[in-house]
Ligand binder design. Structure first.
Ligand code: GDP
Ligand code: IMO
Ligand code: MG
Length: 424
């Protein structure tokens, strides 16, 4: 019997999902992405090389694994071609190994233009998006004026749908001299890409069912993190997709029983890029230290990531909504030099102590974390592969997290490379 495992981020993204998926891909036959788009940036260090993936599932690095992009993804075809080319430069071919749902909506150049325009219009109240056109593309999908992969097979329909789009969204396009709003150019460019992309079109739902029936191991790769989920995250400072397990069901066309195990990726501290409340944020030297030691700069945009202590209130929420059974705790080594380490165990909202997320995420701006202090281990955990070899305080820290989240330790990452990992 094959097994289907889903890997989801439990914080605000960049937890190290790429590394975890790459590791687990070793035992998988198939890897699929179900939501998000080129806003994601998944880094993998393997075989002495660094790979950065935005759209293509991290399984592509492993020879012979088959990768799928589901209908829940918003796919920028131009970014995909760039990614395919970059992989080719690193001697990785996607030919015959990468398939895309016919129902996947495409991120068009005008979506990126709209993303930039909207962020400018919001002024100081911006979301701090990645400007990859994600929100506008999902908006068009829900508005039923999106362009889908299958449209690439029907040029006349594609042209008509682009024209309908222009009519419906004319306020963004009228008088614009920006190339990104030029429908004729977009049509021509898409027709140039079509011969490369259309052979990848498939029915992902059917393909996954077939793999399951054949007893294959399947890995589902989440992007972003639970706190960026459009419904269950810190709205409106979220992304525009369901980053949690529910997103995998609709984003791939699978049922709830198709998932055997949920692995939640948790960074040993917290980071966030873009705007929005962040209760445990550190705006002091410790925060800077975490950023520098952790290399906390956005993979997609290069922006410095905001840093802070681990937040168990947010994590309890993330683990519940995903039904996380196993934890993959990453970047433990980044805490090595700290004298003491704090973990938020509750929130204090004007004197009321809360162990769960407030009903309204806006309250996150106004509350104070209640911390539990841990003594730092002050020694290197870098590259340790055996749990028993960890300093006592580090073991206590990990056991405490696992106990509080009621989830088993599945793996602990002690460095960016594939082999710098403790597996249980
Ligand atoms: P993702 O978006 O969740 O895949 O995470 P990113 O790739 O955006 O960010 C995680 C960063 O941390 C990457 O640069 C990884 O190479 C790196 N990383 C992953 N695990 C570890 C670890 O255990 N220790 C250290 N020091 N770096 C890690
Ligand atoms: P991975 O998969 C961290 C954040 C953006 C912004 C908000 C909305 O690498 O973990 P969007 O462009 O999606 O409309 O931006 O979401 N964001 C991420 N933060 N990691 C990511 O992906 C992110 N994808 C989007 O910074 O705050
Ligand atoms: Mg990332």
């Amino acid at each position: 019997m094959g097994k289907t495992v889903i890997v989801v981020g439990c914080q605000w993204g960049d937890e190290g999902k790429g590394k975890v998926v790459d590791l687990l891909a070793d035992k998988a036959d198939v890897v699929a992405r179900f939501q998000g788009g080129a806003n994601a940036g998944h880094t993998i260090l393997a075989e002495g090389k660094k790979f950065i993936l935005h759209l293509i599932p991290s399984g592509i690095i492993h020879d012979g694994k088959v990768c799928y992009i589901g209908n829940g993804v918003v796919l920028d075809p131009f970014a995909l071609i760039e990614e395919i080319e970059a992989l080719k430069m690193q001697s990785i071919s996607v030919v015959g190994r990468l398939f895309i749902s016919a129902a996947t909506n495409l991120v068009m150049p005008y979506h990126k233009l709209i993303d930039c325009t909207d962020e400018k219009r919001r002024g100081g109240d911006g979301i701090g998006t990645t400007l990859r056109g994600i929100g506008p593309a999902y908006r068009d999908k829900v508005d039923r004026c999106g362009i889908r992969m299958s449209d690439l097979l029907e040029p006349e329909r594609l042209r008509r749908r682009l024209e309908i789009h222009k009519k419906v969204k004319c306020d963004y396009f009228s008088g614009s001299k920006d190339d990104r709003a030029d429908i004729e150019k977009i049509f021509d460019d898409l027709m140039t890409l079509a011969p490369v992309l259309t052979p990848m079109i498939t029915d992902v739902s059917l393909a996954l069912e077939k793999h399951r029936k054949e007893g294959r191991n399947i890995l589902l790769e989440g992007a972003q993190g639970a706190m960026l989920d459009i419904d269950l995250g810190t709205y409106p400072y979220t992304t525009s997709s369901n980053t949690t397990v529910g997103g995998a069901l609709t984003g791939l066309g699978i049922g709830p029983k198709a998932i055997d195990e949920v692995v939640g990726v948790v960074k040993a501290y917290t980071t966030r890029v873009g705007s929005g409340p962040f209760p445990t944020e550190l705006v002091d030297d410790t925060g800077l230290q975490l950023r520098e030691k952790g290399g906390e700069y956005g993979t997609t945009t290069g922006r410095p990531r905001r840093t802070g202590w681990l937040d168990l209130v947010a994590l309890r929420h993330a683990c519940r909504i995903n039904e996380v059974a196993k934890l993959a705790i990453t970047k433990l080594d980044v805490l090595d030099r700290l004298d003491s380490i704090k973990v938020a165990v509750a929130y204090d909202l004007k004197g009321t102590i809360m162990k769960e997320m407030p009903l309204d995420p806006d309250a996150l701006w106004h509350l104070k974390p209640v911390y539990r202090d841990f003594v730092g281990w002050k020694s290197s955990t870098e590259g340790i592969t055996d749990f028993d070899k960890l300093p006592l305080q580090a073991k206590e820290y990990l056991k405490f997290i696992s106990h509080e989240l009621n989830a088993a330790l599945g793996l602990v990452s002690t460095g960016a490379s594939r082999d710098e990992t403790i597996q249980f």
